[in-house]
Design a protein around this ligand. Structure first.
Ligand SMILES: C[S@@+](CC[C@H](N)C(=O)[O-])C[C@H]1O[C@@H](n2cnc3c(N)ncnc32)[C@H](O)[C@@H]1O
Length: 315
């Protein structure tokens, strides 16, 4: 086990779900998420977010048909095909298979890649907020080798991300921000309460299916953080439910995030690659293969929006 995972495990032991940043949703799913040491082995079972377990035969077909149903969307994305090839290889390297999570991560990066090309941007420093299993972060590092990532999440989920990055790129220099040795690291893991210690400007921040499950305090602190690190070329890609009610009664509303009128908006509207899925959606495990049963199309519980913006800096 590498020393970064060891440090993150110590943080998990000290405070697995920091109260100020853990919504009622994540108090429940975070508790159920399993992290267990078995000797030198680490056993990880995500609850409330998808991993990339290898699906059975029926699931492979189901996800293939699922992607076909999105053909009209993916055929518009110039970088989709090369990124999809990379995603498949990455999933294999992580001993997993491709599912909706891998698909949506591919689409998200394809949307960004197209925008970066159109605006001649080559972001070097990226912040992934709530990256779950860490697939998108690892994919970005393959697509843009040499990019520097800040992975910001609750302590338990950072262990999943460190594990994914460690397997995806064993040579990457990884660090934990609070350990004071993050200088020169390729990937730095950051707790929500430590974000203001990030020294760099952020070229691109990404948050997918995550602010929709946060409390107002966390969302506000991320917007403030990003505005403080926003430059003329910074971007924030936000893909979240239009509205979601959490078990404790909190309501996370996309329109209610602290956007400003002077934010420059490049993309805004319902997210075309996040409208439906095939099969039985059984959170905590996510879209689940139905074996040989005829697949059926389901909508998500609510509309997912996506917005790509340059956040106006704090004045
Ligand atoms: C449903 S998962 C989405 C994971 C991934 N982005 C995806 O698209 O599948 C939500 C993620 O948000 C994270 N999260 C919850 N509260 C957070 C907070 N206050 N700060 C950062 N991440 C948080 C969760 O730990 C998890 O990684």
């Amino acid at each position: 086990m590498n020393h970064v995972i060891e440090m993150l495990l110590e943080m998990v032991e000290a405070d697995p779900l920091p109260a100020a940043h853990t919504s009622s949703h994540w108090q429940r799913y975070g508790r159920e998420t399993l992290i267990e040491r078995r000797g030198e082995q680490l056993v990880l079972r995500p609850v409330g977010f998808e991993g990339i377990m290898r699906p059975q035969f029926g699931g492979v077909i189901l996800h293939w048909v699922e992607r076909l149903t999105y053909r009209s969307v993916t055929s518009q994305l110039k970088s989709y095909a090369p990124i999809w090839r990379m995603s498949k290889q990455l999933a294999r390297d992580l001993s997993g298979g491709v599912n909706f999570y891998v698909f949506k991560s591919t689409c998200a990066l394809a949307v960004l890649a197209e925008h970066w090309a159109a605006y001649r941007l080559s972001p070097r420093t990226l912040a992934l907020i709530g990256d779950g299993y860490g697939f998108l972060g690892a994919l970005i590092r393959r697509w843009q080798p040499g990019s520097r990532l800040y992975c910001i999440d609750l302590p338990k989920m950072l262990v999943f991300q460190a594990n994914t990055h460690g397997k995806a790129d064993p040579g990457a220099r990884m660090s934990v921000l609070s350990a004071n040795d993050s200088e020169g690291a390729d990937i730095t893991f950051v707790l929500p309460q430590d974000i203001e210690r990030i020294p760099d400007e952020i070229d691109c921040a990404i948050n997918i299916a995550s602010m929709q499950e946060m409390n107002e305090f966390s969302i506000a602190s991320y917007f403030t953080f990003l505005r403080r690190r926003s430059t003329t070329h910074s971007r924030f890609y936000c893909v979240n439910r239009l509205r979601k009610e959490l078990p404790g009664g909190e309501i996370a509303s996309f329109a209610g995030y602290p956007w400003q009128e002077d934010d420059e908006v490049f993309i805004n509207g319902p997210c075309p690659y996040y409208t439906h899925f095939l099969g039985d959606y059984t959170l905590p495990n996510g879209p689940r293969a139905l074996g040989m049963r005829v697949p059926f199309v389901n909508s998500f519980d609510g509309i997912h929006m996506h917005r790509l913006a340059r956040l106006a800096p704090v004045s």
